[in-house]
Design a protein around this ligand. Structure first.
Ligand SMILES: [Zn+2]
Length: 110
């Protein structure tokens, strides 16, 4: 996927997501502009989010294999799980950004 480096050089580049472990349980999914090195954070995941994502993938796989599964119910289940993932990721993002702000303010007061 092509993205525009709107925080840096404004060039388009191919997005290559890199996963970095930032805490025991937390992984950062981010990509960099190859021109200016600007970092863009896609999202953060933790164990819970990853388990839920696995659950979604498994449900989709199961649905593809077994045509007799009730579609409505399956879709609803997937949507519900995805919603949980989104809220988990948002919570995580808020938490990490708050921590980073905290570190920054501590650094500037030194
Ligand atoms: Zn750039």
């Amino acid at each position: 996927m092509l993205v525009t480096c709107d925080r840096g050089c404004n060039r388009e580049f191919e997005m290559k997501v890199k996963i970095t472990k930032i805490r025991d349980d937390v992984e950062k999914n981010s990509f960099y502009c190859p021109e200016c090195g600007c970092e863009y954070i896609a999202f953060y995941t933790n164990q819970i989010a990853r388990e839920l994502q696995k659950e979604v993938n498994e449900t989709i796989e199961k649905f593809k294999k077994q045509k007799n599964l009730p579609k409505k119910k399956t879709v609803r289940k997937i949507e519900k799980t995805k919603k949980k993932i989104r809220s988990e990721m948002q919570k995580l993002k808020d938490e990490i950004e708050r921590d980073e702000e905290h570190v920054k303010s501590q650094m500037s007061s030194l």
